[in-house]
Write a protein that binds this ligand. Structure first.
Ligand code: PLP
Length: 459
């Protein structure tokens, strides 16, 4: 019997035309972009896999909400709709709107880290790390060792290494640690899930030492779907019940709604403590806007309120994770190496294994991203040495642990045929892999160079 991976639980009502350039045109465009995918115009891209953040397709109900969104400065009805949905879904008594995930971090983290030296997470997302450091603390990652092994299967590669966490707390002193953070799914480890058992163990350990426990909840719904598939206790639970179990006893959360709430812009902060919430509200007013709009338009708030429920629909999640698993199965069949098992929002192709003749300082993952554009107009990005950049002290190119080309899949945007194009393009590239050359950087800014650097092909 043939397995059906992902019945789309929707039909298409509105379409957005895509340009299909010829190979010659694509060659010109990528050369003119200095072989930097960030410099490509989106209309020159056929399938855009740069990120799954804010790139999802809203439903007809969300678009209807855009029309009924209440633009009042204070007390808008859309604000109460988000409050109702968020309190019900997360079981948190206090919820604050902000304009995106990093805004939530900017408001909340300095409160938790005042007078503290460290934040410890399974893994900090880049912006979370930045806001920990801006608050004057250091960010420590404490993920399980399985996360770093791309070939061996593990159900929950995103988990916190709880024993190591306890050693850190003892060695660094509980009084110096402002917060323990659980990022679900674990984005930096490849969208890998975290088990509810691990969330509970981490929460209880933090609380035993009197440290607040925070969830970075960007992909909480995808995480809950993996829990249902892989954690015995939750096999027959509803997604809503798993979400409640996930947030049970957590002191607070930050969330980028641009992921699992399927909106183009938005964010949330949740907390249990009234005094903490009062401070959150004050800081939101300074940085984001009055508490009932938090830096957002009423129409976007209404879309967010509706997206929260759509994101935890089990049929939607089966399709969403099914798309990732379908793409992964096709790559596996074709012998394309990737971080396995596939996570919730992206396939991380192992360019070090696919292009073993290109050394890290000639950027194999960037070379593969460029080949994907040449081959089929697909835009992916480098998560490897090209992104890592130079040692700030010596100016020498650093070597990353991995050379990944990330294929992030937007929500409800591409069909199975698009996924087949991605897989076929990679298979074609594999055929001529030994002929693909590396790149050198010809122009780069001192920090975050991957966004604006210019490259040139070698050989
Ligand atoms: C996207 C993301 C953020 C930051 O959210 P923005 O909306 O991009 O500001 C924080 N944490 C994780 C895990 C994320 O994926």
């Amino acid at each position: 019997m043939k397995q059906i991976y992902f019945p789309e639980p929707f039909r298409i009502k509105s379409v957005e035309p895509l340009t299909v350039l010829t190979r010659e045109e694509r060659e010109q465009k990528i050369a003119r972009a200095g072989y930097n995918v960030f410099a490509l115009a989106s209309e020159d891209v056929y399938i855009d896999l740069l990120t799954d953040s804010g790139t999802g397709a809203m439903s007809s109900s969300q678009w209807a909400g855009v029309m009924t969104g209440d633009e009042s400065y204070a007390g808008a009805s859309s604000y109460y709709h988000v409050q109702e949905a968020a309190q019900r879904i997360f079981g948190m008594p206090y919820v604050q709107l902000v304009h995106q995930g990093r805004a939530a971090e900017k408001v909340l983290l300095p409160i938790l880290l005042a007078g503290k030296k460290y934040a410890i997470a399974n893994m900090h997302f880049d912006t979370t790390r930045a806001h920990v450091e801006l608050a004057g603390a250091r960010a420590i990652d404490c993920v399980v060792p399985e996360a770093l092994d791309t070939t061996t299967y593990a159900d929950f590669k995103g988990n916190m290494d709880v024993e190591r966490l306890e050693r850190y707390i003892r060695d660094l002193g509980a009084e110096n640690i402002g917060v323990v953070i659980m990022t679900i799914t674990n984005n930096s480890a490849g969208g890998q899930p975290v088990s509810v058992a691990n969330i509970r163990a981490t929460r209880d350990l933090a609380h035993r030492y009197g440290i607040p426990f925070m969830i970075d909840a960007a992909r909480y719904a995808e995480n809950s779907y993996f829990v249902k598939q892989r954690e015995e206790e939750f096999r027959t639970s509803s997604i809503a019940d798993i979400v409640r179990a996930t947030f049970e006893g957590a002191d607070c959360f930050t969330m980028s709604a641009k992921k699992d709430a399927i909106v183009n812009m938005g964010g949330l902060i949740g907390c249990r403590d009234k005094a903490l919430f009062e401070t959150v509200k004050q800081r939101t007013i300074s940085f984001e806007g009055f508490v009932t709009y938090g830096g957002m338009s009423g129409r976007d708030i209404e879309a967010l309120a509706r997206g929260l429920d759509e994101g935890i629909d089990e049929n939607y999640l089966r399709y969403r994770i099914g798309q990732m698993q379908y793409l992964a199965a096709r790559l596996e069949e074709g012998g394309i190496p990737f971080q396995s098992p596939v996570g919730g929002h992206a396939v991380f192709v192992d360019a070090k294994k696919l292009l073993p003749h290109i050394p890290y300082y000639e950027f194999p993952a960037q070379a593969l991203a460029i080949e994907l554009y040449r081959e089929a107009g697909i835009r992916a990005c480098d998560i490897g040495s090209y992104m890592l950049g130079n040692d700030p002290d010596t100016g020498k190119q650093l070597e990353a642990d991995f050379e990944f080309t990330r294929l992030a899949v937007p929500r409800r945007v591409y069909t199975q045929s698009h996924l087949d194009v991605i897989a076929d393009a990679l298979l074609n590239i594999k055929e001529r892999a030994d002929k693909i050359k590396g790149y050198k950087i010809v122009e780069e800014p001192p920090i975050l160079r991957h966004f604006t650097a210019k490259l040139a092909p070698l050989g």
